[in-house]
Design a protein around this ligand. Structure first.
Ligand code: TMP
Length: 197
């Protein structure tokens, strides 16, 4: 079982991912929680960059980082019967690199060549204003965190959510501007529903 937690910066992905891991462990599942971009060679290159890469270069780095994560961490964990929770996965590439003008279907295709499809996708939805307010409490902003850019990214996440839920894919868009306890409950319910099938 592969679960992806997605959303713009400041949506609460890290808090929710940890909560979900703890809840699933309490229920006896063996869980691995991973985060992208990773701390590997390419992930560090992305995070430590002082200026922005051009969109193609940026996408390439996220793909290389993800490929490494898939081979080293994700596939081995799935083979060992673990539940894998991704704090960001390739839906982030579709939404963020798509917002820089790259073709979203093409980004998806490139990713699905190297990365297994998630069984559940949770999109935590907040407005860019709220996301940035929360990120502001965390320190300085990065190049990914400008309001107009995040507005496009959010739109893309919502588009992907709508499109994928029309197919058989388990995608859930959750309003993450509400009280944390309510958000947690909705996420856990959505995941348990799929796990129990
Ligand atoms: P983080 O803040 O979750 O560590 O992620 C760093 C930034 O990387 C974040 O603003 C979103 C961006 N990102 C992409 O643009 N494409 C991707 O595929 C991923 C995983 C992250």
């Amino acid at each position: 079982m592969l679960i992806a937690i997605e959303g713009i910066d400041g949506a609460g992905k890290t808090t929710i991912s940890r909560f979900l891991r703890d809840e699933l462990e309490k229920r006896g599942f063996s869980v691995v929680l991973l985060k992208e971009p990773t701390d590997g060679e390419y992930g560090r290159k992305i995070k430590e960059a002082e200026k922005r890469f051009d969109p193609e270069e940026e996408l390439k780095l996220f793909l290389l980082d993800r490929k490494e994560d898939v081979e080293k961490n994700i596939l081995p964990a799935l083979k060992n019967g673990k539940v894998v929770i991704m704090d960001r996965y390739y839906i982030s590439s579709i939404a963020y690199q798509g917002a820089r003008g790259l073709d979203m279907d093409e980004i998806r295709r490139m990713n699905e060549e190297i990365a297994p499809k998630p069984d559940v996708v949770i999109i935590l939805d907040v407005s860019p204003q709220e996301g940035l307010r929360r990120v502001g409490n965390r320190g300085s902003r990065t190049v990914f965190e400008e309001e107009s850019y995040l507005a496009k990214v959010r739109e893309n996440f919502l588009k992907i959510g709508d499109m994928w839920s029309e197919t058989t894919r388990n995608v859930k868009i959750i309003n993450a501007e509400r009280e944390l306890e309510e958000v947690k409950k909705d996420v856990l319910d959505a995941v348990l529903r799929v796990l129990s099938r």
